[in-house]
Design a protein around this ligand. Structure first.
Ligand code: ADP
Ligand code: G6P
Length: 730
């Protein structure tokens, strides 16, 4: 039976060694707590790190750990102390985490940490590959493993891979500062489906892919080599029933109350309220900011002194990383200062716990608090906010939530605040404390309804369903016309036939695109291939290009191949140039100034002036701006071209204007009249080559380079594969 392999840096369980004995505790953090219920149900396995560096385990303990982990359907990836320091604390948590959360000032880029990141992602890949069977699905999680999807895809191209990022994806302006931005994006693109919590993260990612890798994305699909990759948002939910039922049980009269519950309730009455915050101790959670805002609140509304208490649980996290140490110190000091400033004999404004708590105590905190104050400065989702709502079995209580948390987009009925505004903070805290019960209930009911419906199980199912659908996408759109298995027929045919013709486009077909068209001159390998084809008996080789005569003369004038240039204006055969068409060029005077205005307004674009045509290249400009400008230009030109017998050709990141009665198809059909051929292969990559495909006889092999819509019979990935094919004909 096929299985799903979950892969994340941290396993849902953590191993702790105390006096040579093992203790297994659940991991904290949204990823582990959320995916745990998904993992518990399926027949899959979870690959990740146990939380202990290898050096701290004796052989005997190591075996014990592996055994304990296996019991939980997990497989551990052994990390050394160096790995932990450089890959986990280093690259993951000193570079990626702060940058993706917009804390640029905390971000450090260290080459050796990047090397460790690559090395450890490779380690994960090896363990996944050891455990994978054909037909399995792999679901990779989070920022520690951004390179993993491609590492797996390289080795197992047919395995379906999903990737989900649990933290924000920052805007392009932030992401572009990353020295290894291309490698990171390419690593992620090994997945067939890439998921984010919100549409904003999704659009930031797409924007980076378009700008940095210069790939095309249509709606939420990216074409990448011979693959289509789907990108979508799936806001993660919680195990609603687990929290709701636990709250029911903890509130029931028959249940013996815990010490914590009793102590909390000593301080709750009609006019004495508890305000709760729970976070990992992380600078993204805005803990010092919250404390200061609470101080501001007590100043602004002094009547709440001795009436409210902030219960603040901060779970230790990444405590070896400098910024986290500083944060801990700052928090300790702030709590001390404010408690010192406001406390009375019977009242302390902040109860602060710096520790991890078991689930039962977490529930007691949730059900005992009148207000939850969840105010991160930046947070991918924030599950604590959702957990608080799920435990409000009587529909009372108020959630104050930062608009910087992904969760705020789906929790409109909470009091949404900007955590940077103390005014907003204090006013909403007052509003929460005075909110009529009726109002609390109606808001809570709305919130609960959504969380119950879109719970973590549903979230995972939707993701996996969407991942499965990518398989259809693969077979429908791409592989339908893939040359692959037909390649042998073509080669056999070629070897058998006696009058053979090869019509080959140049740019994007025989050579990849360069930023500047003049840089795309033929290399030795290409000359060699073309020479050998030319020398073959019974074979005519024709290069058919939109390039101008002068350029081709320079590049191929000393060769014997036939050339058709300027989209079909000139024919070079037997050392002689013949004009196939005599197009007018007087229109250029009026069109060129228009193109110039577009160049002025669109940085990165330029005009290529050819003898019979004008081309506006926009490969190097911002992709979104290019989209707007190409529509604009098209509109402006449409009215002009009709009157001048011109046509507009949309090539690969270029718009070309030329005389209507010139195109590659016309030139090819004339050429075909010279002789009868019994074998024809036409290869081209863009719109202008479609004319050739149309003119070729039905039995010809017409091959499109790339995977966009075409009239050609077959498709092939890129110029490199074209060269491989031509080599087979030699
Ligand atoms: P993050 O993923 O940044 O840690 P989230 O709010 O999304 O933040 O997730 C935190 C998760 O950790 C929640 O599911 C919460 O229940 C759990 N958690 C928080 N504090 C504790 C704790 N003290 N003990 C155990 N689990 C905790
Ligand atoms: C966040 C991240 C997770 C991470 C968790 C706890 O939820 O998205 O990937 O596991 O924090 O952090 P830690 O560094 O302890 O694994």
């Amino acid at each position: 039976m096929n299985k799903t392999i979950i892969v994340s840096n941290r396993l849902p369980l953590q191993v702790i060694i105390h006096q040579n004995t093992l203790k297994i505790i659940p991991s904290v953090g949204g990823l582990a707590t959320g995916m745990k219920s998904v993992h518990a149900e399926g027949n899959g396995i979870w690959v990740g790190w146990s939380g202990i560096p290898e050096e701290e385990l004796s052989t005997e303990l190591s075996e014990k750990v592996a055994k304990e982990i296996r019991k939980e359907k997990c497989v551990s990836v052994p990390l050394t102390l160096d790995d932990v320091e450089e890959y986990y604390e280093g690259f993951s948590n000193k570079a990626l985490w702060p940058l993706f959360h917009y804390f640029m000032e905390y971000t450090g880029f260290e080459e050796h940490e990047w090397e460790a990141y690559k090395r450890v992602n490779q380690k994960f890949a090896e363990i996944v590959l050891e455990n994978i069977d054909d037909g399995d699905t792999v679901w990779v999680h989070d920022y520690q493993l951004l390179l993993l999807p491609q590492l797996i895809k390289d080795k197992k191209p047919n395995i379906t891979i999903g990737f989900f990022l649990h933290i924000p994806f920052p805007s392009y302006e932030i992401f572009r500062t990353f020295p290894w931005r291309k490698e990171i994006l390419s690593g992620m693109l090994g997945a067939d489906l890439i998921g984010f919590h919100t549409y904003d993260y999704e659009r930031h990612f797409l924007s980076s892919v378009k700008r940095i890798l210069r790939l095309d994305a249509h709606f939420n699909q990216i074409s990448y080599h011979d693959r289509l990759i789907k990108v979508d948002s799936f806001p993660m939910g919680i195990d609603y029933d687990k929290f709701y039922n636990a709250a029911l049980e903890h509130s029931s009269n028959s249940k013996e109350k815990s010490e914590l519950y009793r102590r909390l309730h000593e301080h709750i009455s009609e006019d004495k309220k508890l305000i709760l915050s729970i976070d990992r101790m992380d600078y993204t959670k805005g803990i010092p900011n919250r404390i200061k805002a609470f101080e501001y609140f007590l100043h602004k509304f002094p009547e709440y002194k001795e009436k409210v208490r902030l219960v603040m649980l901060a779970v230790p996290s990444r405590s070896n990383v400098t910024q986290y140490k500083k944060l801990k110190r700052e928090t300790d000091e702030l709590v001390g200062r404010i408690n010192g400033k406001f406390a009375t004999v019977s009242w302390t404004p902040i109860w602060y716990f710096y520790r991890s708590m078991p689930f039962d105590k977490l529930i007691d905190l949730y059900i005992s608090s009148d207000v939850a104050l969840i105010t991160p400065l930046r947070d991918g989702m924030n599950l604590v906010a959702k957990e608080y709502v799920a435990t409000r079995i009587n529909n009372d209580g108020v959630l104050i939530l930062s608009e910087m948390a992904g969760a705020s987009l789906e929790m409109n009925e909470a009091l949404i605040i900007n955590p940077n505004s103390f005014e907003d903070f204090a006013n909403n805290l007052k509003r929460a404390l005075t909110m009529p019960l009726k109002d609390q209930k109606s808001r809570m009911k709305f919130l609960q309804k959504r969380l119950k419906r879109y719970n973590v199980e549903k979230w995972a199912k939707e993701f996996l369903k969407s991942l499965e659908e990518t398989n259809e996408l693969k077979s429908n759109i791409i592989t339908k016309k893939l040359l692959g298995e037909y390649e042998n027929n073509l080669v056999n045919d070629f070897n058998k036939k006696k009058k053979k013709l090869l019509l080959l486009d140049y740019d994007g077909t025989l050579i990849g695109f360069k930023d500047n068209p003049q840089d795309a001159e033929p290399d030795d390998e290409l000359y060699n291939i073309l020479d050998k084809l030319q020398e073959k008996e019974d074979t005519s080789l024709v290069l058919v290009s939109g390039r101008d005569k002068e350029t081709f003369k320079k590049w191929f004038g000393h060769k014997q191949y036939t050339l058709i240039t300027d989209h079909g204006v000139w024919l070079y055969q037997n050392n002689e140039w013949t004009a196939l068409e005599r197009p007018k060029t007087d229109w250029m005077q009026s069109i060129k100034p228009i193109l110039e205005t577009f160049v002025d307004r669109t940085p990165g674009t330029f005009i290529e002036t050819k003898k019979y045509s004008l081309a506006w290249h926009y490969r190097m400009t911002d992709p979104e701006l290019a989209k707007i400008r190409t529509i604009e230009l098209n509109t402006v030109l449409t009215s002009m071209v009709a009157n001048n017998d011109l046509s507009i050709l949309k090539g690969n990141k270029v718009i070309e204007i030329k005389s209507s009665n010139v195109n590659k198809g016309r030139a090819v059909s004339r050429y075909l009249m010279q002789q009868d051929y019994d074998f024809i292969t036409v290869i081209g990559d863009d719109w202008t080559d479609e004319y050739m495909f149309e003119e070729a006889p039905d039995w010809a092999y017409t091959i499109k380079v790339g995977f966009t819509k075409t009239k050609a019979m077959y498709q092939i990935k890129d110029p490199e594969q074209v060269r491989q094919l031509l080599n087979k004909l030699i």
